[in-house]
Design a protein. Structure first.
Length: 217
């Protein structure tokens, strides 16, 4: 079932609007790292969606199972991130204002609503749902590899103090309990969420393989 040109244009416009709003809000509320993550993942997702599912949405049996597995693994992964203060750790690493509240708002409340609607859209073969699926496969899926790089980066705030610190970051926001996972200071190769980072990567990469190798697209 091929999507009409009008629906394709509307779907692309909504996807671009979502990315723009997400990047602007991320930059204003947190800083430049979310812009890079969202922007980079979003551009790749747009291209792959345009090539594989915009004109002819995939059958749900192809894309829906790996999407749901990726989301389930992502929720487990974010549990580790929450328990080990991922937002504050990123704040200390890059001197940005990623609070626990904003972390929960994005990943515990807004995220699951988007995931649920995307799953329903994939089941009903709504073209726009394919973009969000690709966004999850690329962003919280493949891009989780960044967790293995973060411990090697020199923190922007008090890199040689091993203890958690609480202070205002560059934009004046007060961030409490910012841990330091820099391996050169902690002598431990770890960053918040690193132990479970591979979990969403596995079904995410599998989902990408399923899509690009499927003859029904």
């Amino acid at each position: 079932m091929e999507t009409s040109l009008q629906t394709q244009i509307l779907s692309m416009a909504i996807a671009l609007a979502f990315l723009s709003v997400a990047m602007i809000a991320g930059y204003r509320k947190i800083g430049w790292p979310p812009v890079m993550i969202v922007g980079g993942s979003g551009v790749i997702a747009l291209v792959m969606w345009w090539k594989t599912g915009l004109r002819t949405p995939l059958y749900p049996e192809i894309i829906l199972p790996p999407f749901l597995l990726t989301v389930a693994a992502l929720e487990i992964h974010m549990t580790e991130e929450y328990l080990t203060h991922f937002g504050p750790a990123m704040s200390r690493l890059f001197d940005i204002s990623w609070t626990e509240k904003s972390f929960l708002m994005i990943f515990a409340f807004i995220g699951p609503a988007i995931y649920s609607l995307t799953a329903l859209g994939l089941y009903r073969r709504v073209p726009l749902a394919g973009f969000f699926a690709w966004f999850i496969f690329i962003g919280p899926g493949v891009a989780e590899v960044a967790h293995f790089i973060f411990p090697l980066l020199h923190p922007a705030i008090k890199p040689h103090v091993v203890e958690e610190i609480s202070q205002c970051v560059s934009n004046g926001t007060f961030i409490p309990n910012m841990p330091n996972y820099y391996v050169g200071t902690s002598n431990k190769y770890y960053f918040s969420g690193m132990y479970t980072a591979i979990l969403p990567m596995i079904p995410g990469i599998y989902g990408i393989f399923r899509i690009v190798s499927s003859p029904h697209r």
